[in-house]
Design a protein around this ligand. Structure first.
Ligand code: NAD
Length: 497
């Protein structure tokens, strides 16, 4: 059967690929390949960058008020039509429709933040910094920027970046994940409808070849990457070697520290939401509950009781949790359950032995709970990225903090307690970039910045918020004097007044 091929979006047009290479795109709830995605070759990479380069020459000087009008229009269209986009996400990623809508809303918040760009780009002005001399600053766009995104948030993660890049006057080449490429094309069409000039936003579909092409292209100035840690590190090093500004957000292993005084009903609800939402395919998912004894047994009983009510199935049927993104990924995630058994952990709930409300061929794995996970086990040390929640028991707050700080990841973490002093110490001592206090998934709002520490972020600038604005702009400081004859004369030293 001839399957549709998702191509590129270059200079405001759908562009078919002639690379001769494609990758399959699945509907994970039925386990069937529904389309193919084009994998760009060198000519297509060059064509996307050339379109963005030529658009930059005029977009950078479009008055801010006019840029904002396009941003506002994009926001309105997105808001009106997000159910369409949610359906696309569910059909390629598998997450349930309500969760797909949720990710679009979080992305939309960044669009709304970028609508305030004129204020964010304002510089400073100092009159009479020296006699008759004024000093002021401006921020200018960089040029063509590349955004390379992962499968798990096909709309939100690209929207962490491109609204800010575009509002600041840059032009964009987005390389989405080859697992769910259609959301990017849908957003490109929306930009055209919003009145964005041709070439300002382009979508290049592809795999490593496209990524390498962007990382080494002389006309790409900056790269924003989100994905697994090994690839993030590679992207950071390769991009930096080729003179690019790079922010590369990597993987995660997020811990939730539960103190004995915590509200265990809230903790149990939070562990379920943060462990199994989006089938655990979130970089801010909680994958380890660190229970300070004696809470573990009581907490496990409460979590298990809630897990028995979760419905896993087709995201279009009002279920709580959808399938995993591919069969291969499902099998890999499920293999950690066997590893847990071999390593002496106790499998409390096995997600393989459950009923699913969906096609038998869907990539199903139900919520899984594993207790007494040894910290030497791969179940603890590796990012699983699926609906597998581990429990590690510790004796004290200090032991819990030391454990979390010994992780090579530092994306998100949470503490649950009613003790303000303990929470305050946690916030101060923990080596993690995003911290929740009685909040399980502490994704910062759009006007703060998103990013972790250690292997969860390579580069020194986080996504969105003021750091995002700085990433996509470079500052100039201007020292100016309008000639006044009374202040002439030669002076080889620094001015003294
Ligand atoms: P991935 O690393 O496999 O892919 C990410 C991007 O890199 C994709 O666009 C892909 O095409 C490209 N890519 C894949 N292999 C490549 C290679 N060898 N060379 C160059 N480019 C390559 O990640 P994924 O499976 O799509 O996404 C899940 C991962 O992303 C998880 O590790 C998750 O924690 C992470 N993630 C992190 C954040 C964060 O903010 N830190 C957010 C979302 C996802």
């Amino acid at each position: 059967m001839n399957q549709p091929i998702v191509g590129h979006w270059i200079a405001d047009k759908h562009v078919a690929s002639n690379s001769g290479r494609t990758a399959p795109v699945y509907d994970p709830a039925i386990g069937v390949v529904t389309k193919q995605v084009a994998l760009a070759n060198e000519a297509e990479i060059n064509s996307a960058v050339a379109a963005a380069s030529s658009a930059f020459a005029t977009w950078k000087d479009v008055p801010q008020a006019k840029r904002q009008q396009v941003l506002f229009k994009f926001r309105e269209l997105l808001n009106e039509r997000k159910p369409e986009l949610a359906e696309i996400i569910t059909s390629e990623h598998g997450k349930v429709l309500s969760d797909a809508l949720g990710e679009i809303t979080r992305g939309q918040e960044v669009v709304e933040f970028a609508c305030g760009m004129p204020h964010l780009l304002k510089g400073f002005y100092t009159e009479n910094a020296s006699t008759g001399v004024d000093v002021y600053s401006t921020r200018q766009p960089l040029g063509v920027v590349a955004v390379i995104s992962p499968f798990n948030f096909p709309a939100m993660v690209p929207m962490w970046f491109f609204p800010i890049a575009i509002a600041a006057g840059n032009t964009v080449v987005l390389k989405p994940s080859e697992k769910d490429p259609s959301a990017a094309i849908w957003m490109a069409e929306l930009w055209r409808e919003a009145g964005l000039p041709s070439g300002v936003f382009n979508v290049l579909n592809g795999d490593k070849e496209a990524v390498d092409g962007l990382l080494t292209h002389p006309d790409v100035q900056a790269v924003s990457f989100v994905g697994s840690t090994p690839i993030a590190k590679y992207v950071y090093e390769t991009g930096a070697k080729h003179g690019k500004r790079v922010q590369a957000l990597g993987g995660a292993k997020n811990h939730m520290l539960v103190l004995p005084d915590a509200d265990l009903e809230l903790v149990a609800d939070s562990a379920i939401n943060a462990g199994f939402g989006s089938a655990g395919e979130r970089c801010m998912a909680i994958s380890v509950v660190v229970a300070v004894e004696p809470v573990a047994d009581t907490l496990i009983a409460k979590v298990t009781e809630r897990m028995s009510k979760l419905r896993t199935g087709d995201g279009r049927r009002g279920c709580d949790m959808g399938p995993l993104v591919t069969r291969e990924h499902r099998d890999k995630v499920a293999s950690y359950i066997d590893i847990a058994v071999a390593d002496g952990a106790r499998v409390v709930v096995d997600g393989r032995n459950q009923e699913f409300d969906g096609d038998v061929n869907g990539f199903w794995l139900g919520p899984t709970l594993i207790d007494q996970v040894p910290t030497s086990s791969k179940v603890y040390t590796e990012e699983i990225f699926g609906p597998v929640l581990s429990i590690v028991r510790v004796k004290s707050f200090d032991e819990g903090v030391a454990l979390i700080n010994s992780s090579p990841f530092g994306n998100g973490t949470a503490i649950f307690t009613n003790d303000g002093g303990a929470a305050r110490r946690f916030q101060n001592e923990i080596e993690v970039g995003m911290i929740g206090i009685n909040v399980p998934i502490p994704v910062p709002v759009a006007y703060y910045s998103f990013g972790g520490f250690k292997n969860s972020l390579f580069g020194d600038t986080k996504a969105h918020g003021v750091e995002g604005v700085h990433f996509y702009t470079r500052g100039k400081a201007i020292t100016s004097r309008w000639l006044d004859p009374s202040h002439g004369g030669i002076n080889l030293g620094f001015p003294q007044n």
